[in-house]
Design a protein around this ligand. Structure first.
Ligand code: ATP
Ligand code: SKM
Ligand code: MG
Length: 181
């Protein structure tokens, strides 16, 4: 597969966008953020897309933008937190160079505040009950797809990017994981 050299996965607030940007700079590769690609393709914000098309509409658009990005991008691709919940997207991502950014709930709470601009967090006073629910539901899917996992809750985004390049080593330049079955 041509396609991204690294794909970042993880819950809201894990730092996929921030770490992805640092990682791309470190590797001298282009950076793409799936949420930004969706906003660019639709010409509307993510809260607006959720408000008018609902989560299902958003996921369908996200899946189609991801399909294109997996062909077009050859750099670092940061996913949205829920992108893997669409079965077509999961299928297309399987076997890719996927790194899971892991954080715990206190770190997420500190980073997300009231969850402004993240419709899946509900828009209420405290986004953390919903974050916890989503983390529990999505965690197994993330761990199943990820080839590497990194602690993204400590250190700067640049330090997390460095940990990723250390961990991936030679695999940064090799292709997809061979199918074994
Ligand atoms: N390693 C880090 N140290 C400190 N703050 C960080 C770190 N990584 C990200 N942040 C901060 O946490 C917030 C969320 O980060 P970011 O938007 O990169 O997360 P995300 O995983 O892309 O979230 P989403 O799924 O909503 O797109 C931002 O304010 C960012 O500056
Ligand atoms: O976790 C999610 O479901 C989402 C995460 C964001 O990156 C955006 O893709 C959107 O707000 C939905
Ligand atoms: Mg992001």
């Amino acid at each position: 597969m041509t396609g991204p050299a690294v794909i970042l996965l993880g819950p809201m607030g894990a730092g996929k966008t921030s770490v992805g940007r640092e990682l791309a700079a470190r590797l001298d590769l282009p950076f793409e953020d799936l949420d930004a690609l969706i906003v660019g393709a639709a010409g509307r914000s993510i809260p607006d897309l959720f408000a008018t098309d609902g989560e299902d509409g958003f996921r369908a658009l996200e899946a189609s933008v991801l399909e294109s990005a997996l062909t077009a991008s050859s750099g670092v691709l940061a996913l949205g937190g829920g992108a893997v919940m669409h079965p077509d997207s999961r299928q297309r991502l399987r076997g890719g160079p996927i790194v899971l950014l892991e954080i715990d709930e206190p770190v997420a709470a500190e980073r997300l505040g009231r969850g402004h601009g993240r419709p899946m967090l509900g828009g209420g006073e405290d986004p953390m009950p919903r974050w916890r629910e989503l983390a529990a539901e999505r965690g197994p899917v993330y761990r199943d797809l990820a080839r590497w996992r990194v602690d993204a809750g400590h250190g700067t985004a640049a330090a997390v990017a460095r940990a990723i390049t250390d961990m991936m080593g030679q695999d940064l330049l090799s292709g997809p994981e061979e199918e074994t079955a």
